[in-house]
Design a protein around this ligand. Structure first.
Ligand SMILES: *Cc1c(COP(=O)(O)O)cnc(C)c1O
Length: 294
């Protein structure tokens, strides 16, 4: 795990800022999904020439991570994607999935389960087929984060942790791991889409899988239009990161960073605090944002 001090940003924001660089795991596609997928693959016992099937949106980081890790393991990946098929022939995500040797079908949301079953039946007589739940929102995924956060927490002295939170398994794992390590850090999950009640409930559910009962801070003030959307304040946070050589994106990490900026402005994070920003990835989301605007 790579943890670094962000000196220029620390100075600019008046805090002591560190980052966990899960965006570099392994560069360039995956981010936090890598920890989840590696844990799932180990639990399911993926072997060369097995087939793994999973699902997600056309630009899902989970799906690209499965494709990339499967390629590294010599496993075939078939992705059941939903999204806009009209853009399919010149889509950056699909081109990368193709280069990674994955195959896919693009279906409507209500057809996903049926399509997964169809592909599973088609191959189950000739190879070992693993079906992995979309987004990696599983106990195994949360446990992967708990383990790494526990290890990090042993040597960690920070007041706050900030991170992007979607389905909540990553945040739950980090909360559980830090609490097991005895850290007093307050973990703020900045929502990328969900409103507080739904989002916090999902984080609590995932904490339950880990047998942890802790408070959940789920900040929905920076959703900025919803999943995959962004307005001027998210974009300004993303620009501030890039201007200091810290790559952020408008779907995930830019919202989390904007949440940190908002908390500093509101006095919820005091000047001089030690803050750990858990960078979860999202470079591809940023590249797609730039390409779509071009
Ligand atoms: C999926 C994802 C998240 C959110 O993770 P959850 O475990 O679903 O909360 C955050 N950042 C990036 C870059 C992601 O791809």
């Amino acid at each position: 795990m790579i943890v670094e001090q962000l000196q220029c940003l620390s100075f600019e924001l008046g805090i002591d800022l560190y980052a966990v660089r899960d965006d570099l795991l392994p560069f360039p596609l995956p981010g936090n999904k890598f920890r989840k997928v590696v844990a799932e693959a180990a639990a399911a016992g993926w072997k060369p020439s097995d087939l793994v099937i999973t699902n997600g949106g056309v630009s899902s980081n989970h799906c690209r991570t499965v494709a990339m890790y499967a390629a590294q393991m010599g496993v075939r990946a078939h992705l059941v994607l939903h999204g806009d098929p009209r853009k399919a022939d010149r889509n950056l995500s699909l081109q990368l999935l193709h280069e990674l040797g994955a195959t896919w079908s693009i279906v409507e949301v209500h057809e996903i389960a049926e399509e997964i079953e169809r592909v599973r039946l088609q191959f189950s007589h000739s190879t070992n087929v693993h079906v992995l739940s979309g987004g990696g929102h599983t106990a195994t995924g949360a446990r992967a984060f708990r383990d790494v956060a526990r290890e990090l927490g042993r040597g960690l002295d920070v007041d706050h942790v900030f991170m992007a939170s979607g389905t909540g398994a990553t945040q739950a794992g980090i909360i559980a791991g830090l609490s097991e390590a005895g850290s007093m850090a307050r973990v703020t999950g900045v929502s990328v889409a969900r409103m507080r009640e739904r989002g916090a409930t999902a984080v609590k559910e995932a904490l339950g899988w880990l047998g942890c009962e802790a408070d959940v801070v789920f900040d929905d003030r920076h959703v900025d239009g919803g999943y995959g959307r962004s307005g001027p304040s998210t974009r300004a946070a993303v620009a501030l990161g890039w201007a200091h050589g810290f790559p952020l994106d408008t779907t995930y990490t830019g919202k989390a960073f904007n949440g940190l900026l908002g908390a500093i402005d509101a006095g919820e994070v005091e000047r001089g605090s030690r803050v750990l920003f858990w960078h979860t990835g999202g470079l591809m989301n940023h590249l797609e944002f730039l390409v779509d605007r071009a």
